[in-house]
Design a protein around this ligand. Structure first.
Ligand code: CTP
Length: 401
């Protein structure tokens, strides 16, 4: 996700410096080239050698070092960055930035750079809550810096509260988002995901093995592209992607209600949910006790949510469905596209290896209403999501939608 991008990681002195090592690893793993700059105090917690080994680049630490200035000057450092990440950012660093002080290598770069700056504070809870720190943060936010707020929990100083450096995975996701072109900015998008559960007694239900991975990937990638994303999810073990509003539901009826309440305001809706087509006609109030007799459960049909969305589709809205098939993939998918009045349908063959329920990868064919059909290779569900959003953006740009 960060291939070809240059990230300058500024590290100031606090106990969370050790977590910055993991952050370098994550950035490098995503393909970024990382240059680390450390304040004098940061170097007292972890040696620059650690960061040099992880980033494979010389660590900037002394404004007046002839050796490092001759290799790459602090002004070059400021210029080459696509993004500056400050993690951990101490209260002292925030204060200096807000005041425009440039008295060491890192703060000099911060005045000289025109790249976006992401600030990830970490400090004692009282320092975090201090009105001066809060005022400095407001100043930085007004200047356009992105703040990744600290987490709440036990702090190294034996106190509890806000002040822990945000999770490195969340910092990585924020960085990816800053560096992703905002091609869905201003768009409202609804994604449904996961299975539904249809109970026939308090402890038993009908469901399917859907994990929600495809829908969560679609929500995550749309949020990266700056869309306003609402994810209506059936039961899933996955955490809500950062920056996405999640509505949790259990049954098909609840899912339909949640979706139809907000559907008319959406620019695009993608239904990945594996909605149960049937529900038990009756739900026993108590656990059904076993008996030697055979047990029949009468099922009645659930409403077709996607069908209702297609029937009431407002002009301009892009409607995308999924078709999970075990035979006649293209033909069945095309039939569903026409029957449910869709703009796109994503067909996946459940018999393929590495595709479908629970897997991290998927192999799909994207079919457009206009007839265009593209079969994608086996790829991660995030990559599949990117392809789907590229198609949706093309439909937006084409003005047909
Ligand atoms: N879907 C829905 N409501 C339902 C069933 C399905 O909104 N009650 C949506 C799914 O989210 C998916 C699409 O419809 O986007 C296709 O689902 P699928 O079960 O493959 O199609 P069906 O119309 O149910 O057809 P069939 O089961 O006969 O293949």
């Amino acid at each position: 996700m960060l291939k070809g991008k240059s990230i300058l990681l500024g590290i100031s002195g606090g106990i969370a410096v050790y977590k910055a090592a993991e952050l370098v690893r994550l950035f490098v793993k995503e393909g970024a080239s990382v240059h680390v700059v450390m304040t004098a105090n940061a170097q007292r917690f972890v040696t620059p050698l650690t960061f040099q080994a992880l980033s494979n680049n010389v660590v900037g630490r002394d404004l007046f070092s002839m050796q490092s200035e001759s290799r790459i000057s602090h002004i070059q450092m400021a210029r080459l960055a696509d993004l500056v990440v400050l993690a951990p950012a101490t209260a002292n660093l925030l204060a200096k930035m807000a005041a425009g002080i440039a008295d060491d290598y890192l703060t000099t770069i911060l005045l000289a750079t025109t790249a976006p700056v992401m600030v990830c504070p970490a400090m004692n809870v009282k320092m975090w809550e201090h009105p001066v720190t809060q005022r400095n943060l407001r100043t930085l936010a007004e200047l356009g810096h992105r703040i990744v707020p600290p987490g709440v929990g036990a702090l190294a100083c034996q106190e509890e509260g806000a002040g822990r450096l945000a999770d490195t995975a969340d910092i990585l996701e924020s960085a990816i988002r800053v560096l992703t072109p905002p091609t869905l900015a201003g768009r409202s998008i609804l994604v449904s995901a996961g299975p539904t559960r249809e109970h026939f007694d308090p402890v038993r239900f009908l469901s399917n093995p859907s994990s929600g991975k495809m829908g969560y990937a679609l929500a995550k990638i749309a949020a990266r592209r700056s869309a306003r994303v609402c994810l209506v999810s059936g039961p899933s073990a996955l955490p809500a992607p950062a920056g996405v509003e999640r509505i949790c539901v259990t049954t098909a009826l609840q899912m339909g209600e949640a979706i139809l309440e907000i559907s008319s305001k959406q620019d695009a809706i993608v239904m990945t949910a594996a909605v149960s087509d049937y529900r038990p006609a009756q739900r026993a109030a108590r656990k059904i006790k076993k008996s030697p007799e055979a047990l029949s459960v009468l099922l009645e049909p659930n409403p077709d949510i996607l069908g209702s969305l297609g029937a009431a589709k407002p002009p301009g809205q892009v409607l995308v469905g999924f078709a999970a098939e075990t035979e006649n993939l293209a033909q069945n998918a095309r039939d569903k596209l026409m029957r449910k009045n869709l703009d796109l349908i994503v067909a996946n063959d459940l018999t393929g290896e590495g595709a479908g329920f629970g897997s991290d990868t998927n192999e799909v064919t994207i079919i457009e209403r206009g007839g265009e059909e593209s079969a994608l290779f086996l790829m991660t569900k995030e990559e599949v999501a990117s392809h789907i959003w590229d198609r949706v953006e093309r439909l937006f740009a084409g003005g047909k939608n």
